[in-house]
Design a protein around this ligand. Sequence first.
Ligand SMILES: Nc1ncnc2c1ncn2[C@@H]1O[C@H](COP(=O)(O)OP(=O)(O)OP(=O)(O)O)[C@@H](O)[C@H]1O
Ligand SMILES: [Mg+2]
Length: 327
Amino acid sequence: MIETVLNIQNLRVSLPTDRGVLHAVRGIDLEIKPGQALCLVGESGCGKSLTAMSIMGLLPRYAKVTTDKFDLVGQDLTQKTQAKLAKMRGRDVAMIFQDPTSALNPTLTIGRQLTEGVMRSEGISRKEAEARAIELLERVGISNPAARLTQYPHGFSGGQRQRIMIASALMGQPRLLIADEPTTALDVTIQAQILQLLGELQSDLGLSMLLITHDLGVVAAIANEVAVMYAGRVAERGPAKDLFADPLHPYTRGLLAAIPVPGMTPRGSELPAIPGRVPGLIGPMAGCAFRDRCALSSPECGHDPVPQFKPGNNRFVECLRAGEAAP
Ligand SMILES: Nc1ncnc2c1ncn2[C@@H]1O[C@H](COP(=O)(O)OP(=O)(O)OP(=O)(O)O)[C@@H](O)[C@H]1O
Ligand SMILES: [Mg+2]
């Protein structure tokens, strides 16, 4: 049994722009154990999708990525060739995206879209691949799946298409499923159904998940672990119930202020607004990126490195004033 499905240390992603180098992900560590769901939360632009894309190897070519450690299912990805990495995608790690309409090809039947990848990667017959597709479509709640393999995406509702995307991601029997805002394009009731499905898949199939969301209700419902990102860094990380019950970073405290009761957060609870704006990520940065918005900040907060604490029980927080109450 492998100990971790994903183990990343010091991941950095930077992108050249007309105005200089944009440091989108600035040295983060993430670990996912088998069967665990890690939720990545944080305001828009803090680097969540780029983190996911770097795990999938789907970053734009001009992005610069460095890591000290990048292990996926016990294999060191920093030592793999591009061809080997391409093979691992779909098989070891698969991803579902926010918008199922753009992720499915409107000109191909569902059957072809689900089966072709695994026929190629595993060398199995169309018949075997179709049998797996039917089983998975059934599992994700598409009725009469055998007949529906011959239909095109436009014959399905938005919620059904997202279910098909989930089935498609599971075709290669991945160890890790990455879901980037998997429900934001859907109606609230459908969102709840898809989330329930993801939760069931996690427990039934022992799937490990990296779930990216703005919705704190989703976090409360599914996550074992939570990592709160801010301006390209992980501000705080820990088991979901501990982090909800006792947030240590002023940013996490701000986010959770609107939802004081762990486990009671209604779905659709968006991250509450915190006064001020996320700083620009272009060019050099020093000290804590949250300090301009933080009620506890002092001049030392502008110094590097920002102190990190590991107060036990797998928790981590990067803040000079971690755990102090706001004045
Ligand atoms: N291809 C790109 N070229 C230049 N900058 C980019 C590119 N992709 C993302 N960025 C920038 O990198 C930063 C992080 O983007 P990312 O998409 O990871 O944010 P996010 O946390 O997923 O946000 P959201 O919640 O809005 O999806 C942002 O400032 C974004 O503008
Ligand atoms: Mg994103």
